[in-house]
Write a protein that binds this ligand. Structure first.
Ligand SMILES: NC(=O)c1ccc[n+]([C@@H]2O[C@H](COP(=O)([O-])OP(=O)(O)OC[C@H]3O[C@@H](n4cnc5c(N)ncnc54)[C@H](O)[C@@H]3O)[C@@H](O)[C@H]2O)c1
Ligand SMILES: CC(=O)N[C@@H]1[C@@H](OP(=O)(O)OP(=O)(O)OC[C@H]2O[C@@H](n3ccc(=O)[nH]c3=O)[C@H](O)[C@@H]2O)O[C@H](CO)[C@@H](O)[C@@H]1O
Length: 437
C-alpha cells in the first residue's frame, strides 16, 4: 500500500519505518527541510541505537523522506499538538494544517489516520471538517480513524511493534480499515474503541494516570523530607505490598505528552480536580529542588549552579517541557543581591555579564543546541567554580562521571541529585555533600 506519513519527528519517523519495513511504499513528508535532508543523507536524529538501525533499514527498504506530500492510499498524521498556555486550549494549528494538505491530495476510497494526541472529539469534528475541504465526505467517500501512539521514548523500536493499540474510527468501516492496516505489523493486541472520541479519551487517560501517580510520589518526597527520612527507602518498602506500586519522585514531569495531555482531557470539562492538582504538584517540584539547594548554600543570589540535564528524562534528546530548563528559569529569575556587580549588569540590560542573581550553566550531552538557543556549555565549563551541581536528567553519561574529577573543578562540593541516579557513596567519598529528592 502507498502510505504518506505527515510529520516525521519522534513518532512519525518510527511509524514510517514500521510500515516501510513491513513492505509498504512509504513517503514521509515533513516541511522541516533540515530534518528531511539529514534523513536522506542516512542520518536519523535519535539517541536510540535500535531506532537508528530500524530507520536505516527502512531507508534501504524504500522509505522516502520528502519535503512535498504525495497522493497515497493512506495518509497518517503525526504532527505536534502543543498546549497554548494563554488560551488554555490544545493548539491544533499543526493538525489543521496537515488536514488541509491531506485534503488537497485526498481521493475517494483513501484512508486517513490521525496518530497525534488530541482533545476528545477532534477527529470527528475539527479534523474531519478540514479534510472535507476536499469536497469528499468522511465516512462516505473516505475512511477516518484515530490511532493514538503510545510508545515510550527510550524504548520506541520495541514498543511500536509490541504495544497493544487502541483504534477508533468515525464509523465501523473506518475502524475496520485501520485495524486491517495495523494488524499484520504489530505483535500486541488491537482493541477496537467504540468511536474515535473514546480512542482519544483513552490515550489522554493513560498519560493523566501516569502524571497523577508521579505527583503522588513527588508529594511523598516532600512529606518524607518534613519527617527527615529518605522517600525512596519508604517507597521501596511500601511497594512490597502486592497492590501498591508507587512511582519515583524527581524534579517534575517533562516531555511533549505528560505535562500537556491532562489539560486536553479537561478542555471541554470542568471536572478536573485530582488531575489538576497533580499538574500543580509536578510543576512545583522545581521549587522544592530550589528549597533543597537553598537549605545547603543559603540565599541563591550570587551563586553559580551547574544544571546537568536539559532533556526531559534520561538518555533522550527531547527538551520539551523539561524540568531542567524549568529549574534553570527559576534560578535565572532570582534577583541579584543589592550592591553586587550582577545587580549592576541587571540594570544595564545584562550587557556586561550574567544579569541575574544566579550564574546558571546548562549542560546536556544529548540535546542538540545547534542554534545556541539553550545556551548549553561543555561539562568542564559548567562545573568550573560552581557552588552546586544539580542533576536534572538521569543520563547514563552522568552516572559515569568521576566525582573526583568534579571535585577538582567546583568551588564547593555540593551535588543535588534530583533523580537519585548517581552513586551516592562515591560522591560522598570524593568529599561531596550529597542531597537527593
Ligand atoms: N514524542 C512522544 O513520545 C509521543 C508519544 C506518543 C504520542 N505523541 C504524539 O505524537 C504527535 C507528534 O509528536 P512528536 O513528538 O513526534 O512531535 P515532533 O515535533 O517530534 O514531530 C512532529 C513533526 O511534524 C512536522 N510538521 C509540522 N507541521 C507539519 C505539517 N503541516 N505537515 C507535515 N509535517 C508537519 C514537524 O516539522 C516535526 O518534524 C503529538 O501529538 C504527540 O503528542 C508523541
Ligand atoms: C502512560 C505512559 O507511560 N505514557 C508514556 C509517556 O512517555 P514519557 O517519556 O513522557 O514518560 P515517562 O518515562 O513516564 O516520563 C515522563 C516524565 O516523568 C518523569 N518521571 C517518570 C517516572 C517516574 O517514576 N518519575 C518521574 O518523575 C520523567 O523523568 C519524565 O520527566 O508519554 C508518551 C507520549 O504520549 C507515551 O507514548 C508513553 O507511553
Amino acid at each position: 500500500m502507498k502510505i504518506c506519513v505527515h510529520g516525521i519527528g519522534y513518532i512519525g519517523l518510527a511509524t514510517a519505518a514500521l510500515f516501510a519495513n513491513a513492505g509498504h511504499d512509504v513517503v514521509g513528508y515533513d516541511p522541516n527541510e533540515r530534518l528531511v535532508s539529514e534523513l536522506r543523507a542516512g542520518n536519523p536524529r535519535t539517541t536510540e541505537e535500535e531506532l537508528r538501525t530500524f530507520v536505516l533499514d527502512a531507508l534501504d527498504n524504500g522509505f522516502e523522506p520528502a519535503d512535498e506530500p504525495v497522493e497515497a492510499d493512506c495518509h497518517l498524521v503525526c504532527v505536534p499538538t502543543p498546549y497554548d498556555e494563554e488560551s488554555q486550549m490544545a493548539d491544533l494549528a499543526y493538525v489543521e494544517a496537515a488536514g488541509r494538505t491531506v485534503a488537497e491530495y485526498l481521493r475517494p476510497g483513501d484512508l486517513v489516520i490521525l496518530e497525534s494526541t488530541v482533545p476528545p472529539g477532534t477527529t470527528e469534528d475539527a479534523f474531519a471538517s478540514v479534510l472535507e475541504n476536499s469536497g469528499l465526505t468522511a465516512g462516505e467517500d473516505f475512511a477516518l480513524a484515530h490511532c493514538p501512539e503510545m510508545v515510550l521514548p527510550g524504548n520506541i523500536t520495541y514498543e511500536i511493534v509490541h504495544n497493544d493499540r487502541i483504534i477508533g474510527g468515525i464509523d465501523t468501516a473506518s475502524t475496520d480499515r485501520a485495524v486491517a492496516l495495523y494488524e499484520p505489523l504489530v505483535e500486541g493486541a488491537i482493541h477496537r474503541a467504540p468511536d474515535a472520541t473514546t480512542a482519544e479519551f483513552v490515550k489522554l487517560t493513560q498519560n493523566a494516570y501516569r502524571d497523577v501517580n508521579i505527583a503522588f510520589a513527588n508529594e511523598l518526597a516532600r512529606v518524607a523530607h518534613d519527617y527527615g527520612i529518605r522517600s525512596r527507602d519508604a517507597i521501596a518498602l511500601a511497594n512490597v505490598h502486592p497492590r501498591v506500586d508507587v512511582l519515583q519522585p524527581g524534579p517534575g514531569v517533562g516531555g511533549h505528552c505528560l505535562p500537556i495531555d491532562p489539560w486536553f482531557l479537561g478542555q471541554s470539562s470542568d471536572s478536573l480536580d485530582i488531575i489538576e492538582s497533580a499538574r500543580r504538584i509536578n510543576e512545583g517540584m522545581v521549587d522544592f529542588v530550589a528549597e533543597l539547594l537553598e537549605g545547603e548554600v543559603g540565599p541563591l543570589a550570587g551563586t553559580s549552579v551547574a544544571v546537568l540535564g536539559v532533556a526531559y528524562k534520561g538518555n533522550v534528546d527531547d527538551s520539551r517541557h523539561s524540568p531542567g530548563l524549568r529549574f534553570a528559569d527559576l534560578l535565572r529569575a532570582v534577583p541579584a543581591a543589592s550592591g553586587t556587580e550582577a545587580e549592576a549588569t541587571a540594570t544595564d540590560g545584562g550587557q556586561t555579564g550574567h544579569d541575574t542573581g544566579v550564574d546558571v550553566r546548562l549542560h546536556d550531552p544529548y540535546v542538540d543546541d545547534h542554534d545556541g538557543s539553550l545556551g548549553l556549555v561543555d561539562l568542564e565549563d559548567a562545573l568550573r567554580d560552581a557552588d552546586a551541581v544539580v542533576v536534572t536528567a538521569a543520563h547514563d553519561a552522568y552516572r559515569d562521571i568521576d566525582p573526583k574529577m568534579v571535585r577538582e573543578l567546583v568551588s564547593r562540593p555540593l551535588v543535588v541529585d534530583t533523580l537519585s541516579c548517581l552513586d551516592a557513596n562515591a560522591w560522598r567519598d570524593a568529599g561531596f555533600d550529597y542531597v537527593e529528592v
